[in-house]
Structure formats: structure tokens, C-alpha cells
Design a protein around this ligand. Structure first.
Ligand code: IMP
Ligand code: MG
Length: 189
């Protein structure tokens, strides 16, 4: 396991959520989903790439016959602000008509990406759609009526990396979530 004193951690100003806090929340969310979907076979949809680490842990905390799907949507590029443009880069492999779908996202920021995605899955005839996210930045929401069913951690408006979240594709493998030092953006500007 990567150590907090390791090289990549030197690019963080602070650790916001520790691996222990993440593990406790993931276990709790797994139990909640297991209870709420008794007798069902939910389709878990991982929004690549950011949600991949959270998704792998969450799926194993759910004691139900789930299936796993992966979808890639781009609305971001490598910058730290959303562009508002959404495009499906990789679509689902299965038909979700009459299925109970759980969208698993890394972070809800403006909400533009998820709002678009939810509308699209509704259109395809899912029986139910719930959104679970690892992180939520409520201060930055632009889509006011987007309902996030479960958020593990609400965080302030700071750019974070780790546990799947990236800056320019880096830092996804950090086991904790931390605030990226502005020195890193300045270096790349
Ligand atoms: P939204 O459409 O603005 O809600 O964009 C959400 C997406 O932006 C997430 O899935 C992330 O890929 C990215 N994002 C937003 N905030 C952060 C952050 O603090 N760190 C890393 N990625 C972020
Ligand atoms: Mg990203």
C-alpha cells in the first residue's frame, strides 16, 4: 500500500478523507444497498475512469446478485473546470429496459454530467435509477434539481485527487483523498 510519506503525496496540501474513513463509508453504503434491493438484481454502472476504485470496493460490499457495467462520458478534458459539453465515449454492453440501475460516480460537481446521463438512462426505460457518489461538492452545483441518492462525503470547493480521482490522469492510485497543491497546476501552465 502506498505510504502517505511517499513521493506522490508531496503534491498534496492536505489529506481530506483517509482510507479508513472511505472503507467505513463504503461498507455502510454496501449494507444500505443490500437492504434496499432485496430480491432484485441491480445493474451497477461505473462511470469511468474516476469511479473505478470506488466501484470495485462498493461492488464487493453489496451482498446481492449484481451485474457490472462500465460507461465513459467526457465533459471535462484535463482542466479543473467543467466545459458543460457531454459525450458518451463508451456505452453500456447490456439493455437496461426494466432494470434497476445504480449509477456509481466519483464526484458530483456542477451535476451536468450526471443530469445528462440520468436523462439518457430514463429514456432507455430503466425500472429505477439511483445515483450514488463518493464525493459531492454542493457549492458548485449548477443543475439544482439533480437528486443524488447517496453521497459518502460532502467536501468543500477544492480540487481533490486520489482513490480514483485524477488531475491530468495522475494520482488515481492514491489510497486516500487529498487536496492537490496549486504548485502542480502552476507547473503545468
Ligand atoms: P460535473 O459534470 O461538473 O458534475 O463533473 C463531474 C466530473 O468532474 C467528475 O466525474 C470528475 O471527473 C470531475 N471532477 C470534478 N471535480 C473534481 C475534483 O475535485 N477532482 C477531480 N476530478 C473532479
Ligand atoms: Mg476526471
Amino acid at each position: 500500500m502506498i505510504d502517505v510519506n511517499g513521493t506522490v503525496y508531496q503534491d498534496l496540501t492536505k489529506i481530506l478523507v483517509t482510507r479508513e474513513e472511505i472503507a467505513a463509508k463504503v461498507a455502510e453504503l454496501g449494507r444500505i444497498i443490500t437492504e434496499q434491493y432485496q430480491g432484485k438484481k441491480p445493474v451497477l454502472i461505473c462511470i469511468l475512469k474516476g469511479a473505478a476504485v470506488f466501484f470495485a470496493d462498493l461492488a464487493r460490499a453489496i451482498d446481492l446478485p449484481v451485474t457490472m457495467e462500465f460507461m465513459a462520458i467526457s465533459s471535462y478534458g484535463s482542466a479543473t473546470k467543467t466545459t458543460g459539453q457531454v459525450k458518451v465515449v463508451k456505452d453500456l454492453d447490456q439493455d437496461i429496459l426494466d432494470k434497476d440501475v445504480i449509477i456509481v460516480e466519483d464526484i458530483v460537481d456542477s451535476g451536468v454530467t450526471l443530469n445528462y446521463l440520468k436523462g439518457m438512462l430514463e429514456h432507455r426505460g430503466a425500472a429505477s435509477i439511483r445515483i450514488v457518489t463518493l464525493l459531492d461538492k454542493p457549492a458548485r452545483r449548477r443543475v439544482r434539481d439533480l437528486k443524488v441518492d447517496y453521497s459518502c462525503f460532502n467536501i468543500p470547493d477544492e480540487f481533490v485527487v486520489g482513490y480514483g480521482l485524477d488531475y491530468d490522469q495522475m494520482y488515481r492510485n492514491l489510497p486516500d483523498i487529498g487536496v492537490l497543491s496549486p504548485k502542480v497546476y502552476e507547473r503545468n501552465e
